[in-house]
Design a protein around this ligand. Structure first.
Ligand SMILES: Cc1cc2nc3c(=O)[nH]c(=O)nc-3n(C[C@H](O)[C@H](O)[C@H](O)COP(=O)(O)O)c2cc1C
Length: 202
């Protein structure tokens, strides 16, 4: 009998700007030994083709398996399908609201609901700006349930040279959330850059 695998990660891509984060996550995990189970919403697909040069098919091919958003009978719809958890990158405010209110009306919402009932890890790269009170209340409700609210906000302390560096750094930190540590970018080593420069000069 095949043993249930705990090296599976569910990846959702919804219709918020920043679909490149979902793509980069799949690229980083490709060949890493972690199975990726992808589901994209209709507006996730539309936003992807609007703001990146990737096709839906290319992105689906990066994943180990991909499912249609209306396929409620997919494996990821059941808690008996063992996973490390789920990441939604990016996560629209509509999807945040659906998860916060337990609506299982598409496969992304249902899979997230299952993650919550099974007490597995759920990481949301929420994206909207500015936030209204509804957004904030929904996020607070989810955070109190143990969900990681991780807006894709760039860091500057690691001295990014371009947009790709920023995307890679954020995506590496998302993957860290699942105790998978891919050292694709420099991590903070406690030394400030001006200190490093002056050490070199000495
Ligand atoms: C180009 C584009 C960018 C969008 N950006 C955002 C966004 O950053 N955050 C958000 O909550 N909705 C955004 N939306 C609106 C969502 O796509 C819309 O609310 C949709 O119904 C979300 O559905 P989904 O969560 O099933 O993907 C955007 C829509 C488009 C077309």
């Amino acid at each position: 009998m095949e043993q249930a695998k705990a090296t599976r990660l569910i990846v959702g891509i919804t219709g918020a700007t920043g679909t490149i984060f979902g793509v980069r996550l799949l690229q980083m995990l490709h060949g890493s030994g972690v199975e990726t189970h992808l589901v994209m919403s209709k507006w996730g697909m539309r936003t992807l083709t609007h703001e990146t040069s990737h096709t839906v098919k290319e992105v689906e091919e990066l994943a180990t398996r991909s499912y249609g958003v209306t396929d409620q009978s997919a494996a990821i719809s059941s808690g008996s399908f063992v996973t490390l958890g789920m990441v939604i990158a990016p996560c629209s405010m509509r999807t945040v609201a659906a998860i916060a209110h337990g609506l299982g009306d598409n496969l992304i919402h249902r899979a997230a609901d299952v993650i919550l009932k099974e007490r597995r890890r759920l990481v949301l790269l929420v994206r909207e700006s500015p936030f209204n009170e509804i957004h904030l209340e929904n996020m607070l409700k989810l955070a109190r349930m143990g969900v990681t609210i991780l807006p894709p906000v760039p860091a500057f302390y690691n001295n990014p040279q371009n947009l790709d560096d920023m995307i890679n750094h954020i995506t590496m930190r998302v993957i860290d959330q699942f105790d998978i540590h891919l050292d694709v970018m420099n991590r903070w080593d406690g030394v400030l850059l001006d200190q490093k420069r002056s050490d070199k000069e000495d």
